[in-house]
Design a protein around this ligand. Structure first.
Ligand code: FMN
Length: 516
């Protein structure tokens, strides 16, 4: 019995127009919770967000009353978060029924980054309702939370789309990179050279510039954060993919002080230059990272020098609590669980590994442990799958542990996977394979501190593991089992089951969940 259906749900793309349209849709669907009691931006707001989001169960949150920012003359009074920390809301963003199963979302996710509807340039839009320049710039006008007690400061950039462009092709990139308040007009950010923003920075430097124009769009439709946080192919502009996901072009306006474009209906746009001369770097970090640990050392980082802020009237600051933990799944984790699984599935397909029926990354770690379901037709197929994934660049910072199971195991059910590991794994028969000293994550504390220093090695160091929890086709077929290698499972035969279920009501019984 295969557990993954071949069918894939059909998308009806929705253009929500802006953050406010998205919030209205969430409210109508019962997916938004507004908090009107006064909440402190200092530790309290982040604590509430982390505890309220739950394991994919919490609602999106709008904080309407933030201490120190709740007067009528405040420039910004509200913070919105947890927009995409549930599969229901992810499905809504993609134009699918809210109860679409994550398995279907993975199948959609396999293709979603390939679409393209180019943006439209418009003259102006609500984001130009207020234009702040010169001495009036003060980033502290915005209620940037000090999200966690151990963070190095107040993080204003946690879910903004950072826009840069390649100086030779002029193609823009939109990515999420964390940014901390350093002063009224300075934001140091965590910029890895391997990310697309890093490629752009290198290209500007190679062209002789010591700074790079930059803009951050904060608060728009959910596709902004979703696609800025996912690995859209290098050279492809995220605005084109946003257009495809929402089924309509994104309307963009030109920035005031840099030659970059941002959504015309964004809540807030921060413009400026990223100084690339190390002498200008300012201190940033540490920060509660995606691993659920405090990570990313306090150190001097490239810094945005803000030249203008534009914003809507009564703007809403979009933020996100980063770091996924058992019982509290971040937006990054929920989105990545779908997209990292879809990416791995595509890698397997491109490599020609046959029989793949299902791929999943549970959101509690979002892609560090990968689960693969397969229909085996020859021995060694699970090892072929692991080699294909680890040999791909998609395995950077992902897929440290791969567990492969047969297609009768539901990889969305932890108990089913655990059962397969219990009774189909024999470490003495090469079912556990370690691939030592590969590239790995710079933020994973299970790697020794020295070995996860990207400055020394260019990447972290991971010893990767395959758990082959498939039935071992290296075993001889057993004549006593009609040539099968493993005995039959003791679920009653279908006819016996149906007959028993037919009597359940009469016997005062109800069918338990997850029974066949
Ligand atoms: C909430 C959140 C925070 C993130 N913070 C960072 C960060 O500080 N630095 C970084 O390099 N990537 C960060 N990422 C991951 C990148 O956004 C992601 O790798 C994305 O693909 C980068 O865009 P690019 O592919 O255009 O480079 C973050 C992602 C999310 C969703």
């Amino acid at each position: 019995m295969g557990v993954a259906s071949e069918m894939s749900a059909e998308r009806k793309p929705v253009a929500y127009e802006d953050l406010r349209g998205w919030m209205a849709a969430l409210k109508a669907a019962g997916e938004l919770h507004e908090i009107n009691g006064e909440v402190d931006w200092n530790i309290e707001l982040g604590t509430i967000m982390r505890l309220a989001q739950g394991a994919g169960t919490g609602k999106a949150l709008l904080f309407n009353n933030i201490k120190g920012y709740n007067t009528n003359d405040a420039r910004c009074r509200r913070v919105f978060g947890n927009g995409l920390s549930s599969y229901r809301r992810l499905a809504m963003m993609l134009g699918l029924p809210p109860d679409t199963h994550p398995r279907e979302l993975v199948k959609i996710g396999r293709n979603v980054l390939n679409g393209s509807i180019p943006p439209r340039i418009v003259k102006t839009g609500p984001v130009k309702e207020n234009i702040v320049t010169g001495k009036d710039i003060n980033l502290y006008d915005f209620p940037a939370p000090h999200w966690n007690r151990l963070d190095g400061g107040r993080y204003i950039l946690t879910y903004g789309g950072i826009v840069t462009k390649d100086p030779t092709t002029n193609v823009m990139n939109v990515g999420i990179y964390r940014g901390m308040l350093a002063s009224r007009d300075k934001i140091p950010i965590l910029m890895w050279r391997a990310q697309h923003i890093g490629h752009h920075a290198t290209a500007w430097q190679n062209g002789g510039s010591s700074e790079m124009p930059i803009a951050v769009a904060i608060g728009w439709e959910p596709t902004l954060g979703f696609l800025a946080g996912q690995p859209v192919t290098k050279g492809v502009c995220e605005y084109d993919v946003m257009g495809a996901v929402r089924g309509a072009p994104v309307d963009l306006v030109k920035c005031e002080t840099v030659d970059l474009y941002v959504p015309a209906t964004a809540e807030i746009v921060i413009e400026g230059y990223l100084d690339l001369d190390p002498a200008t770097y300012t201190m940033e970090g540490p920060f509660a990272e995606f691993t659920g640990y405090l990570a990313g050392d306090r150190s001097p980082k490239p810094t945005i020098r803000v030249t203008a802020i534009t914003h809507r009237n009564d703007p809403i600051l979009r933020g996100s609590i980063e770091g996924s933990l058992p019982g509290s799944y971040s937006e990054n984790a929920v989105c990545s669980s779908i997209m990292r699984a879809g990416t791995a599935w595509n890698v397997l397909e491109r490599a020609g590994v046959p029989g793949i029926t299902d791929v999943w990354c549970p959101p509690v770690h979002a892609g560090i442990n990968l689960l693969v379901g397969m229909k085996q037709s020859y021995r060694g197929q699970a090892k072929q799958a692991a080699n294909a994934i680890w040999g791909s660049s998609a395995a950077h910072v992902r897929y440290k542990h791969i567990t492969v199971v047969d297609d009768d195991i539901d990889i969305h059910d932890y108990a089913a996977v655990d059962w397969a590991i219990a009774y189909r794994v024999n470490a003495g028969e090469d079912d556990i394979i370690i691939m030592p000293s590969t590239f790995g994550a710079g933020l994973d504390p299970s790697t020794r501190r020295r070995d996860r220093n990207p400055a020394l090695f260019g990447t972290g160091k991971w010893n990767r593991v395959l758990i082959d929890a498939t039935m071992n086709l290296d075993y001889d077929p057993d004549p006593d089992l009609d040539g099968a290698r493993f005995p039959p499972m003791v679920w009653p035969e279908p006819d016996d089951r149906e007959a028993a279920y037919a009597r359940f009501a009469e016997l005062g019984l109800t069918k338990p969940p997850r029974s066949p």
